[in-house]
Design a protein around this ligand. Structure first.
Ligand code: FW2
Length: 290
């Protein structure tokens, strides 16, 4: 089986809009015990852009006992904050930091993005978090080469894009940088294209399916596990991913991992019940070994 790492953007376990540390640690331990390799703190699924610098430090500290399994998302619209978070990550010697590019604003110049990543990655090994659909900027292979030429230390890229050409070009034209697929629907592709791993938000509740996909990536069952994952993701999207993911963890894993932060409102009781019925129906039809 190819050693293809699983990076799970862990949801942030808010309770009454405060991070519940015990729930966060419990949820992280379940994911790692479920066979995943890294927890990606403060990513998209973790409502990372809504978290303060101190909240990200708090999450980092929550996992200070397992630094090798941790990647902290440090991207922000304040480079000084991003560099301060990276210094904290360096102190704990975590696996790496990840960084969204500057976002929201039109007209951010390519050289500004390059210098943003040079400044962050000079402090600590950095994985670029490329999410063109939400940030408005696509970090391409030639930009990565320029960042490292200018003294940066980009060690990986998380490609949350369906543009396979962009993903493969990093593999083809950039040396010594690990390439991870980002969409849940591309987990199997990370094996098929012999990439270095995948990121999966659905991994918060489907790490057993991800593990089985890895064990069967070279046979037909691998495809069936990917199809099952896609169906669960579609259900999550139907009820609003950033909120329904908390319900799906409770429905599929049997423990409470907190609640979303408003304006990502909790599912109503009725929606939770309907989601539970649809998930149970889907899983009852599933003939795959889990
Ligand atoms: C994050 C992710 C998740 C997305 C993708 C959702 O930080 O939450 O890339 O897995 O389909 O990277």
């Amino acid at each position: 089986m190819s050693k293809n790492v699983g990076i799970i953007p862990i949801l942030t376990t808010f309770v009454n809009n405060k991070i519940d540390k015990n729930k966060l640690i419990n949820h992280g331990e379940h994911i790692l015990k479920g066979g995943m390799d890294y927890l990606f703190l403060a990513g998209t699924t973790g409502l990372g852009p809504s978290t303060s610098i101190n909240e990200r430090k708090y999450m980092l500290d929550s996992f200070s006992n397992i630094p090798d399994n941790i990647i902290l998302q440090v991207g922000s619209l304040n480079l000084e904050d991003s560099m301060e978070l990276t210094e904290e990550a360096k102190k704990l010697k975590i696996h790496a930091v990840g960084a969204l590019p500057p976002y929201y604003y039109n007209g951010i110049k390519t050289e500004w993005i390059i210098d943003y990543y040079v400044n962050i990655s000079k402090i600590y090994p950095t994985m670029i978090y490329n999410y063109p659909a939400t940030t408005g900027y696509n970090i391409t292979y030639d930009m990565i080469n320029e960042i490292n030429r200018k003294g940066g230390n980009i060690v990986g890229i998380k490609e949350t894009t369906f543009n396979l050409n962009d993903i493969l070009n990093v593999k083809y034209y950039v040396n010594d940088v690990d390439v991870y697929t980002g969409p849940d629907e591309f987990v199997l592709s990370s094996y098929k294209e012999n990439l270095d791993g995948y990121v999966s938000g659905a991994g918060n509740y489907a790490y057993d399916i991800l593990k089985k996909m890895g064990e069967n990536y070279d046979n037909n069952d691998g495809i069936k596990y990917q199809i099952l994952l896609n169906k669960l993701v579609k259900l999550s999207q139907k009820y609003g991913v950033m909120s329904s993911i908390y319900d799906i963890v409770e429905i599929m894993k049997g423990y409470n991992a907190g609640e979303p932060r408003e304006p990502f409102f909790k599912l109503s009781e009725n929606d939770h019940k309907n989601l539970e019925n649809e998930i149970n129906e889907l899983l009852s039809e599933n003939k795959l070994k889990m």
